[in-house]
Design a protein around this ligand. Structure first.
Ligand SMILES: Nc1nc2c(ncn2[C@@H]2O[C@H](COP(=O)(O)OP(=O)(O)OP(=O)(O)O)[C@@H](O)[C@H]2O)c(=O)[nH]1
Length: 298
C-alpha cells in the first residue's frame, strides 16, 4: 500500500463521519452546520478550531453559493489546511542541526529517530544518533537495532547514566566525525510527572548550551491519543519550548484532527508524519494532502 493510501485508510474514521453529514441530499441547512461542527469536535480538532472552521465555511458557502458535496468538501479541506502553522526552519534539512526527541512512553520516538537516521543516510547526510534514554536497558538495545538497520552510528551510555552526559558525548562525537545531523532519543515520560519533566528540561538546556549547532526540540505524539494529545503537547511546550511536532501512527485508528488542533493552538509546525512501523513508513507533512485525506476530497 502506498503512502497516500495508508494515510487515507488511517483517517477513514474521520472521513466516514463526515460522509454521513455530507449525504444531506440537497439543503445545506442549520442542521448541516451543527452536524459539521459536532463531527469536527468528535474528530479531535477541538472546540475552538471546529467552531472557527465551521463559521468561516458557512460564510464562504453563502458568499460563493457552495452547495454540492464536492464544493463543500473542497472548501473544508482548504480551510482546515490553513489552520496549520507553516514550517519555517526544517531541522532535518537545514544543517548542521541537533534534534532532541521528546514525548510520552510509546509515542514512537525511537522508531522516528530510526526512520529519520535512515532517511538522512540515504540522502548522504552524515548523521549520528544519541541514546539518552538511559532509564531502560531495553530502550538502548532497541535504538541499537534501529541504528544498525539504518547503518548509522549510535552513541550512548549504560543504563542509569546521566542522560545529559550522553548529549555531551554525542555532540563531541559529531564534532570529531563531522556529522551534520545529530538525533537524540530521550526517555519517554508522562507530561504530568513534574520531576521527570524537570529532568528533561535540564537535558534540553545542557544540550542547548553545549551544542555548536542549532538545537531543536521535537515532540513525538501518537495520533491515536486523541484530544488528550493537546494537553500533552501544551505541557511539553510549556516546559521545553518546542520547535515542532511529529505525529505518528496515522495509519492506525487515529482520527487525525489532533494534528490540526496542536499545530494551530500551539503554533507549532508538523515536521513529519509516521504511517507505519517499518523504516520507510514516514513522510514530510503536506497540509493540503493531509486535509484532503481527512475530508475525503477526491
Ligand atoms: N502503526 C504504527 N506504529 C508505530 C509508528 N511509529 C511507531 N510505532 C510503534 O509504536 C510502538 C512504540 O514505538 P517506540 O518508537 O518504541 O516508542 P518510544 O516513544 O520510543 O517509546 P519509549 O521508549 O517507551 O518512550 C512500537 O511498537 C512501534 O513499532 C507508526 O507511525 N505507525
Amino acid at each position: 500500500m502506498g503512502f497516500a493510501d495508508r494515510l487515507k485508510k488511517g483517517l477513514s474514521r474521520s472521513r466516514e463521519a463526515l460522509n454521513e453529514i455530507f449525504y444531506f441530499g440537497g439543503e445545506v441547512d442549520e442542521d448541516f452546520w451543527e452536524d459539521l461542527e459536532d463531527t469536527l469536535v468528535m474528530g479531535d480538532l477541538g472546540a475552538e478550531v471546529a467552531m472557527n472552521v465551521t463559521d468561516d465555511l458557512r460564510e464562504q458557502a453563502a458568499r460563493e453559493n457552495l452547495r454540492t458535496d464536492r464544493q463543500l468538501r473542497r472548501a473544508l479541506s482548504e480551510r482546515l489546511a490553513a489552520e496549520f502553522c507553516p514550517v519555517g526552519r526544517d531541522p532535518f534539512d537545514d544543517l548542521p542541526s541537533c534534534v532532541l526527541f521528546v514525548g510520552i512512553n510509546g509515542a514512537g520516538k525511537t522508531t522516528t529517530v530510526g526512520k529519520l537516521a535512515n532517511d538522512a543516510r540515504e540522502r548522504s547526510i552524515p548523521v549520528v544518533i544519541g541514546g539518552a534514554d538511559t532509564f531502560r536497558a531495553a530502550a538502548i538495545e532497541q535504538l541499537d537495532v534501529w541504528a544498525e538497520r539504518a547503518g548509522v552510528r549510535l552513541v550512548t551510555r549504560d543504563r542509569g547514566a546521566d542522560p545529559a552526559s550522553v548529549c555531551y558525548d554525542v555532540l563531541e562525537a559529531a564534532e570529531r566525525d563531522g556529522s551534520e545531523l545529530v538525533l537524540i532519543d530521550t526517555a519517554g515520560r508522562l507530561h504530568t510527572s513534574s520531576d521527570l519533566m524537570r529532568e528533561l528540561a535540564k537535558v534540553v538546556s545542557v544540550t542547548r548550551r553545549r551544542s555548536p549547532m542549532p538545537v531543536s526540540v521535537v515532540l513525538v505524539i501518537d495520533a491515536t491519543t486523541g484530544q488528550n494529545g493537546l494537553s500533552q503537547a501544551k505541557e511539553f511546550d510549556d516546559a521545553l519550548d518546542l520547535d515542532g511536532v511529529i505525529v505518528t501512527k496515522l495509519d492506525g485508528t487515529a482520527k487525525g484532527g489532533i494534528a490540526v488542533a496542536i499545530s494551530h493552538t500551539l503554533q507549532l509546525p508538523i515536521l513529519r508524519i509516521g504511517v507505519g512501523e517499518s523504516i520507510e513508513d514516514f513522510q514530510r507533512f503536506d497540509a493540503q494532502a493531509f486535509c484532503r485525506a481527512l475530508v475525503g476530497e477526491e
